[in-house]
Design a protein around this ligand. Structure first.
Ligand code: 4AD
Length: 484
């Protein structure tokens, strides 16, 4: 009752306050500042109220005492309310710490938008121990948290660093379309839609478009959403993900792997050299160390041998691709053979044991996409059980595997010869008609070229040591989820 009567009036004799974002307060020390934001933390001690204010650029400690702490608004203030705080910015007293090394001694303030208290209070809606699907429904509120927002901040810094590294190497950024009528990585994972009465797809990869840029813009890259209708409920698969792809002309397969390694290492260096992104990495992944160069290169054939030497088996399949189970219903485990697709689980075990980035390269043609260049002089590999029926043709392809996450990059050299490309369409049962513009690249001055795609969320999961890539994007999409 008493507090309702206490009115706070701004003292007109004080110097005018300068409006500022939390990030740029330091030059205002000793001066009067006006800051707007959300009440991130709230604590009262005797007659003093401590607010940690959040405005998206940082956190600021504010101290309310005397009349500012005694009004009705002060006594009913709730977390996540928006407020305007005006006061003198002072260095934190000796022996105390606060974000930015200063605090705002508030002389005037007001609530701009209240947040509910009681049952509907922010902390009741959002309980960290909640079911993952509830947290996914509440992603818009989860984002207000310190870790979730730090991951997104690091993501922004990471994309800037990638762009800078690619630009340093003279790759130009382009923006290919999302609505397409051609597949790149196989028809099985295409999202189909009706487009003015015609079938169209959401892009799986911008690779083919990047290839068409080489003759006009030289080496290019893009940061574009890719879509995969995979029914994979894993911590590494999204239905929509951000795909950083690049394409380079007149290179060899070794040049391609060197380039991928260089871009990744220079991006990491840029992030560690920048004070704010380095702080984010320390916060999210304290034991992070930049990978040593050169990255290990392991051929597919050598990887099969490595898996077998280390007793890493895979599920046996019958001729129709069904898993063979024993009497107790457990899958029968057998050694790997040349021609087998190395399953994600086996690949991850290998990567975690080796413990460094690995370029796994030279995959059999049968396991890879239609556009990949064949390795010269490829002959039938040594006869191994299970290799029957395989062509023995290998490709200039590579996947970059990272400990903890697995594959983060997929790349290859591309077919440069037009007849070989036409034969590849045929072999894969692809109608060449909608690919006329892609085929024309091989007709009007072909070149040796190659490129790659990097999963931005997977790279970030590695950098920020996140358990799932679902934390590494703003609003993740996975099978069955397209909200919020
Ligand atoms: O290996 P992928 O399928 O390669 C391509 O699409 C090539 N056309 C790229 C190119 O050469 N321009 O995909 C490349 C990367 C993978 O290594 C992985 O990091 C990521 O894209 N990726 C996914 N990330 C999240 N969710 C999914 N469902 C993903 N599928 C692929």
């Amino acid at each position: 009752e008493e507090s309702k009567k206490i009115q706070l009036v701004e003292d007109a004799t004080l110097p005018a306050a300068v409006k500022a974002k939390i990030l740029s307060l330091t030059p205002l020390r000793g001066k009067r500042a006006r800051v707007l934001g959300w009440v991130h933390r709230l604590r009262s001690q005797k007659d003093i109220i401590f607010i940690v204010l959040r405005d998206g650029t940082g956190y600021l400690q504010a101290v309310l005492s005397g009349t500012p702490a005694q009004t009705y608004e002060a006594l009913t203030l709730t977390l996540e309310s928006t407020v305007e705080l005006i006061g003198t910015l002072q260095p934190t007293p000796e022996g105390k710490t606060a974000p930015g090394g200063h605090e705002l001694i508030v002389d005037f303030w007001r609530t701009l938008g209240t947040a509910p208290g009681g049952d509907d209070a922010f902390t009741n809606r959002l309980n960290e121990k909640s079911d993952p699907s509830i947290l996914a429904d509440l992603r818009h509120l989860v984002l207000r948290g310190e870790n979730a927002s730090s991951v997104l901040r690091l993501r922004a810094a990471m994309l800037s660093a990638f762009r800078a590294a690619l630009s340093d190497h003279h790759l130009m950024e382009v923006t290919p379309p999302c609505l397409v009528q051609t597949q790149v990585e196989g028809g099985a994972t295409l999202f189909k839609l009706e487009y003015y009465g015609q079938p169209a797809f959401l892009t799986q990869s911008s690779q083919l478009y990047l290839e068409t840029c080489l003759p006009s813009l030289g080496d290019v890259f893009c940061v574009q959403e890719s879509f995969r209708a995979e029914n994979s409920h894993t911590r590494r698969h999204l239905s929509e993900y951000t795909h950083l792809e690049a394409e380079l002309a007149f290179i060899t397969f070794d040049d391609l792997m060197d380039h991928i390694e260089t871009i990744i290492c220079e991006t990491v260096d840029k992030l560690l050299q920048n004070e704010s992104s380095a702080a984010l990495i320390r916060q999210l992944n304290p034991s992070f160390t930049p990978p040593a160069r050169p990255f290990k290169r392991l051929s597919y054939v050598d990887a099969i041998a490595w898996l077998n030497e280390h007793g890493i088996l895979h599920e046996a399949e019958d001729a129709d691709g069904n898993v063979i189970k024993d009497a107790s219903g457990e899958p029968t485990m057998v050694p790997h053979a040349i021609g087998d697709d190395i399953a994600e689980a086996a690949e991850r075990k290998m990567t975690d044991i080796i413990g460094t980035p690995i370029f796994l390269h030279s995959f059999p043609a049968e396991l890879k996409a239609f556009y990949m260049k064949k390795k010269e002089g490829t002959t039938t590999p040594p006869a191994t059980a299970g290799s029957g029926g395989r062509s023995g043709i290998f490709t200039e392809s590579c996947d970059l595997l990272m400990p903890g996450v697995g594959e983060i990059v997929g790349g290859s050299m591309r077919i440069a010869d037009i007849d070989e490309l036409l034969a590849a369409y045929k072999r894969e049962g692809i109608d060449p008609a909608p690919y006329y513009w892609f085929t024309d690249q091989r007709k009007y001055g072909t070149c040796e070229h190659g490129g790659y795609g990097l999963g931005v969320e997977r790279f970030l999961a590695w950098l920020a040591n996140r358990y799932t890539i679902r934390e590494c994007t703003l609003y993740p999409r996975w099978p069955g989820r397209a909200t919020p």
